[in-house]
Ligand binder design. Structure first.
Ligand code: NAD
Ligand code: UGA
Length: 317
């Protein structure tokens, strides 16, 4: 089962699993019949034998029947995004990231599912000195979102340590994932869209923030390894090895599109950290994983996907 299957990472993961011959049940509360983003994300899966989609809210739906014969649950459903979590939507973050996760863990325990992979976040580390974060570092979440992601991963791990729980848990701390179908609130999507359309880009701060950008196919490969390798457990960083600043991202977008993005600088946003950087040692050791796609090639593929979505973009590209 893939939860959050109508989302960015979940739809790529479900597609990769089905292509590998796995039978997948995808669950998401966004209904592709009425939600355009969900429909677009799920279009690659439509009609594929081996994929069944269920529109349901994990806060209230019956989860057990979806888990009959499940070998693994990939729990990607959640409310992402650092900046809006300060606002009135915080209750939704708590509900989907914490309360729904508790329901999912209760269900996998009852149904005897052997493995659950939880989508955690680099944001749980909080501010760093610029060095690479190791899984044993003390988390210092700097936003309400990050607090809920830390709660989510620790909740899953707490369930799994109960004597009666048959489920081993792997919590993946993804570092800023990008690529085709990336959420439109995220920076890479916005920089590439600005480069393609000529519309201005809003830059929160001076652009020297750095992220360990992770290409979607690499994130999916790590996730599948986490769901299938019998020895995998605990918390694992999934960071793409492409440390780049926002200014670097703008420069790459400029060179890919052959035009200068018009940048409107604004104040830094609360809860944003200056740098994220993954120590990838545990991912390599436990999952045999290392990222394959660098930021230049990844952004080129991302831009081509955006250009293909709109003929108008295509002309600019
Ligand atoms: P997304 O918003 O594209 O996908 C999340 C999906 O979860 C959405 O389709 C949403 O409808 C669904 N969902 C939310 N609450 C639900 C509920 N109660 N019941 C059923 N479905 C529900 O986000 P994404 O970027 O694909 O992120 C997926 C997961 O990975 C999230 O948990 C996010 O916190 C985590 N994560 C993402 C990134 C990143 O860079 N994208 C980095 C770190 C962690
Ligand atoms: C991303 C995801 O949005 C989170 O859901 C995820 O948990 C997190 O990665 C993670 O790594 O764990 P973030 O790193 O904030 O969070 O990624 P973006 O939303 O792409 O923002 C990156 C930087 O660009 C931030 O400093 C942000 O302030 C800046 N930004 C974003 C802008 O300057 N302008 C924009 O229009 C959007």
């Amino acid at each position: 089962m893939v939860t959050g299957a109508a989302g960015f990472i979940g739809s790529h993961l479900a597609h990769a699993l089905v292509q590998a011959g796995t039978v997948v049940i995808g669950v998401d509360r966004r209904d592709p019949a009425t939600d355009r983003t969900a429909a677009a994300n799920l279009s690659v899966l439509r009609g594929l034998p081996g994929y069944m989609h269920v529109t349901a809210d994990l806060l209230s739906c019956a989860i057990d029947p979806l888990l009959v014969d499940a070998n693994a649950v990939f729990h990607l459903a959640g409310i992402p995004g650092v900046r809006p979590s300060w606002g009135p939507r915080f209750g939704e973050y708590v509900a989907s990231n914490v309360l729904a996760t508790h329901r999912v863990m209760d269900a996998v325990t009852r149904m005897g599912v052997p493995r659950l992979v939880a989508a955690s976040s680099s944001s749980v580390y909080g501010p760093t000195d610029g060095g690479a974060s190791v899984e044993t570092d003390r988390p210092q979440p700097a936003s309400p979102y990050a607090v809920t992601k830390l709660a989510e991963e620790q909740l899953c791990l707490a369930h799994s340590t109960q004597a009666h729980c048959p489920t081993s848990v792997v919590a993946l701390r993804y570092f800023t994932v990008y690529g085709p179908r990336q959420r439109p609130d995220m920076f890479t999507h916005r920089a590439l869209t600005a480069a393609l359309t000529g519309h201005p880009l809003r830059l929160y701060g001076d652009g020297h923030q750095r992220r360990d950008f992770t290409y979607i196919d690499d994130a999916v490969a790590a996730t599948i390894a986490a769901g299938t390798l019998p020895t995998a457990s605990g918390v694992i960083n999934v960071g793409g090895g492409s440390s780049a600043s926002l200014l670097d991202v703008i420069n790459i977008a400029n060179s890919l599109a052959g035009r200068e993005v018009e940048v409107h600088q604004e104040n830094p946003r609360n809860g944003d950290v200056l740098t994220t950087r993954a120590n990838p040692g545990r991912a390599h050791e436990v999952l045999g994983w290392q990222p394959q796609v660098d930021i230049h090639n990844g952004m080129r593929a991302h831009m081509q996907a955006l250009a293909a979505e709109s003929p108008a973009y295509g002309r600019a590209a």
